[in-house]
Design a binder for this molecule. Structure first.
Ligand code: 5RP
Length: 232
């Protein structure tokens, strides 16, 4: 699938998901290129249809884009609940276990998701996989002592790589932390791995989102298809 085809599927999933937002809702807005299409469509609905809702964003990037359309964005602590959060994902399997954080927003994404009544992911067909792990697993790490955390990951065979930008500078998250990507290839026991990562001192959060999502809208050449998680 080339980039133009993939973008068309991402857009189709984003436009479909935008239909879930109704007047008066509090909506979590995720991060990434698929979510950009979602926010474009919500912006269109706000401007052309008079849709009124309140958003909580998972990154400053999404906040800027949404506010550019006149969408009302508030701090997560200003709301007592979030009706639905719509976000992208890097991989998802049939058990609704996923990897997120390709856009370095995993910490805010997990906080927003944890406080949402319903979680919807929008992906293109290439992200639905048999076993997660081909996409490097992002882990958000405190900069102080990050070298030791990376050494510990190496000892455990996790193949860690500190994420850097095009200029070779460490990528910083919205909380000013580093991202370490684990090149695991295949994650056969995601619960055990999640437990191990979160118990490593210096790790703030990891990109394993295990059985959290309720609905996945998959952009497909024949039209968006919906995967519903009945085990949550
Ligand atoms: C950001 C994320 C994104 O949702 C994920 O990386 C998917 O991004 P895209 O829609 O650009 O493929 O988790 O931290």
């Amino acid at each position: 699938m080339d980039k133009a085809e993939q973008d068309a599927l991402k857009k189709a999933a984003g436009v479909e998901a935008a239909k879930l937002i109704e007047n008066g809702m509090i909506a979590g807005l995720g991060t990434g290129s698929t979510v950009r299409f979602l926010v474009d469509e919500l912006g269109r609905r706000v401007q052309e249809e008079g849709l009124e809702f309140t958003g909580v964003t998972t990154s400053r990037r999404t906040q800027e884009q949404a506010e550019g359309y006149g969408i009302k964005i508030v701090d997560i602590d200003a709301v007592d609940h979030i009706d639905v959060t719509i976000d992208g994902a890097d991989e998802v399997d049939r058990n609704f276990n996923g990897i997120k954080g390709g856009g370095a927003a995993l910490l805010w994404e997990k906080i927003v998701a944890t406080n949402s009544n319903r979680i919807v992911w929008i992906v293109d067909e290439s992200k639905v996989v048999e076993t997660i792990g081909k996409f490097p697993l992002p882990v958000e790490v405190i900069p102080f002592g990050a070298g030791h955390v990376i050494k510990r990951f190496e000892e455990r065979g996790y193949k860690p790589v500190l994420r850097k930008d095009a200029e070779g500078k460490e990528v910083r998250t919205d909380e000013n932390n580093y991202v370490v990507d684990l090149h695991l290839d295949m994650i056969e026991h995601p619960e055990d791995l999640a437990e191990d990562l979160i118990n490593t001192v210096g790790v703030v959060e990891h990109g394993l989102f295990l059985n959290m999502v309720d609905t996945v809208i998959v952009g497909n050449p024949n039209g968006p298809r919906v995967m519903t998680n009945s085990n949550k």
